[in-house]
Design a protein around this ligand. Structure first.
Ligand code: PEP
Ligand code: MN
Length: 690
């Protein structure tokens, strides 16, 4: 090593030491804040302050020449850690018994490197305990027994997976054993294929993993025709076997952590069918914890209904009447009584809240048996904060005396709606309006969303650069065409599935859900597996076979207005999708054909308030395809938001002059940045109806 390199490295070492010292100082400060909050009555989470903090650090980072997205990610992690720290301090205050134990034992199923072990570490790590002993066991029953017998303080039990579903054995054990749920933890499951060395996939003959993990990777495994697949007790043990056997033709599906632990090589990443794959664990102890009402909490209960008509509905209505949001409902056979069921319900709420206690009392009276497993800090419901777009303004409408109840339509509107042939799309069907959630983004929730990206995905560099600027500027969704409807058959037709994979990669890299267009029914199922929202282009608005197929998938659809379509025809097209089952339609006004030739199309902005009166579906606006020229796009974007659109969709490109489609209307990044800074993403713009 040259002297110069050694010197630079030693300097890096001292910078890292300073960073650690600063983080430690920050943690001490957080602990002091936590103590203050525990004593006083101030709110635990102040999302506005968190938002401001993130905005400030991102601005500072940019001024210092750092990447805002990278800094936002780092600080989100730091903030999350500090919120957890404060929550834990509050729990300790109310549970002196727990607070007194500084050395604890945690039981989990499997060996080091198993997902349960990861869950245990991320749960107990932030507690700042003196020592945590993690003990692996062979079965779920054993970990719970070791808690019951006092050999362990806590057990970490997987309860459901977002791909494979509920883990029945865990539910059955919780019903049988008299234990309490005191926490939950979510772990992102990133299944990898691990082998002894970097061998090619074609040399692998046998793959081992836990049956649940194998269930989650069926698509990948189906392609490996010459491979034998074998179940194993858990993913980490499968990895251990690969190391022990020293056989180059064997591989395991497990976490990257397991690869590190057993000295294996990741030969393929992301082999699960669904890319967003999470497992939820519950933390089990002998006694429930008391939770301060300031902690966002969830409560788990189980009950057996009486043999009466409508018994389950009656029980759920009790929760609904108290506005307790149910997050999970599961039924399991009731042991010893064939055809009777035990129901498991998780809801947002805390047994310490009188409203919850009242609901639970009423519920008990309705059931044959009820058990409260416990209340615990929620990990699935808290809303993540983001840095704000520089000029995002939140208007306080509480002072607005003229505000009428927006969910009561004007009598003229009611009379008009009665005559319309569309019934499911009609505002009358859902006066309060529809909201759709895509990842963490809500469309139709009163806050306009920004969908941005290139007309077509052209290369990895291009889509990555676009995703980065969209994320950095506070955009919400990434668009990119892979199958393009082009007027000329000789023009660029899109990159197809190769482009879709790049779009998926960019979306994941920057945490942006993706939108892409489908032109043929046969592509729909495949694209819907990868894209978060499917776009139906203006030219296909009345492609009825495509509309019907869109009605059969569980994905939000952006339905563009045909360039020759009236608003009624547009809503008729939406009705096709709704009538076939899928209720998640977002309308998109993108300009219509008129005699005017100065713009590519004429942006019909009056369609926004008119359509929102006629339908409950969210309405977004695409000013790019309407204007056809980038210079007018920022003004029309602003206008769209001002008239109450639920969002805008704009085309951007790193080098518009070189774009393979729609270059003249694409915004350069600097123009996009300036537009985003100036946007009034007002919560409640005049005329906005959710
Ligand atoms: C697009 O959004 O890429 C597109 C082709 O739009 P439209 O269908 O509105 O022309
Ligand atoms: Mn386009």
């Amino acid at each position: 090593m040259s002297d110069e390199l050694a010197k630079l490295r030693s300097e890096l070492d001292s910078i890292d030491a300073r960073l650690i010292a600063d983080l430690a100082a920050r943690e001490e400060m957080v602990a002091a804040v936590a103590r203050l909050k525990a004593e006083g009555g101030s709110q635990l989470r102040d999302t506005q302050r968190e938002e401001e903090l993130l905005t400030k650090v991102v601005e500072r980072a940019r001024a210092a020449g750092l990447d805002g997205h990278y800094i936002a990610r780092l600080f989100r992690e730091i903030l999350d850690h500090s919120v957890r720290h404060q929550q834990e301090a509050l729990v300790d205050k109310d549970n002196p018994d727990r607070a007194g134990r500084r050395v604890i034992t945690v039981a989990y199923q499997g060996t080091e490197g198993a997902y349960s072990h990861l869950a245990a570490r991320s749960h107990f790590g932030p507690r700042g305990l003196e020592q945590v002993v993690y003990r692996g066991h062979d079965s779920f029953a054993e970990i719970l027994e070791s808690v019951r017998e006092g050999a362990a303080d806590y057990a970490v039990l997987p309860i459901e997976n977002t791909t494979a579903g509920s883990i029945n054995e865990s539910y059955d054990l919780l019903a049988r054993m008299n234990l309490a749920v005191v926490g939950e933890e979510i772990v992102r499951v990133d299944h990898c294929l691990l082998a002894l060395e970097d061998v090619s996939l074609s040399r692998i003959r046998r793959i081992y993993s836990h049956p649940k993990a194998l269930d989650q990777c069926t698509e990948f495994l189906r392609e490996l025709k010459h491979c034998q697949v074998e179940s194993f007790a858990n993913t980490a043990m499968a990895a251990k076997k690969i190391r022990d056997d020293q056989d180059l033709s064997q591989a395991a599906i497990a976490s990257e952590e397991a690869a590190r632990l057993y000295g294996l090589t990741v030969i393929r990443r992301d082999v699960a069918n669904q890319k967003e794959n999470y497992t939820r664990f519950v933390i089990v102890a002998t006694e429930p914890v008391k939770l301060d009402l300031r902690i966002e909490a969830k409560t788990s209960i189980l009950f057996a209904t009486r043999h009466e008509e409508g018994a389950l509905v009656d029980c759920l209505n009790i929760l609904a009447a108290q506005k307790l949001n149910m997050t999970k409902l599961e039924s399991r056979p009731r042991p010893g009584t064939p055809w009777e069921y035990l129901f498991y319900v998780d809801f947002e709420g805390n047994v310490a809240d009188p409203k919850v206690a009242d609901a639970l009392r009423k519920l008990a009276a309705k059931t044959n048996f009820m058990k409260v497993l416990g209340s615990y800090p929620a990990r699935t419901t808290s809303k993540p904060v983001s840095p704000r777009v520089a000029s995002e303004i939140v208007v306080d409408t509480t002072a607005d005396d003229d505000a009428t109840d927006e969910t009561t339509p004007h009598p003229d509107v009611v009379a008009m709606l009665e005559k319309k042939p569309y019934k499911l799309a009609s505002r009358a069907a859902r006066p309060q309006g529809s909201q759709f959630r895509v990842g963490e983004v809500v469309i139709g929730g009163g806050k306009p969303v920004v969908i941005a990206g290139p007309c077509s995905v052209e290369s990895r560099e291009q889509i990555m650069a676009c995703a980065k600027v969209v994320k950095e500027m506070g955009g919400h969704l990434l668009r990119g065409g892979c199958f393009k409807p082009r007027t000329s058959p000789y023009a660029f037709q899109g990159m197809g599935y190769e482009g879709l994979d790049l779009l998926v990669e960019a979306g994941r890299a920057f945490g942006l859900p993706i939108v892409t267009e489908v032109m043929h029914p046969s592509d729909l199922e495949k694209v819907a597996q990868k894209a978060d929202i499917i776009q139906l282009g203006a030219r296909n608005m009345q492609n009825f076979s495509l509309l019907k197929e869109l009605g059969r998938i569980d994905r939000p659809v952006i339905l563009k207005r045909g360039m020759m379509a009236s608003i009624d025809e547009w809503l008729g097209a939406a009705e096709y999708i709704l009538a076939h089952g899928n209720q998640q339609v977002i309308l998109c006004e993108r300009g219509i054909r008129t005699f005017e030739t100065a713009t590519r199309n004429t942006l019909d902005l009056s369609a926004v308030p008119v359509t929102k009166e006629l339908t409950h579906l969210p309405v977004v606006v695409d000013p790019s395809h309407a204007c056809g020229t980038w210079r007018w796009v920022p003004a029309m974007t602003e206008a769209s938001i001002a008239v109450g659109a639920d969002g805008v969709m704009v085309e951007i490109h790193p080098e518009p002059a070189k774009a393979l489609s729609d270059g003249p209307q694409a915004l350069e990044f600097d123009v996009f940045r300036k537009m985003m800074r100036g946007l009034r993403l007002v919560e409640d713009a005049p005329g906005r109806k959710s």
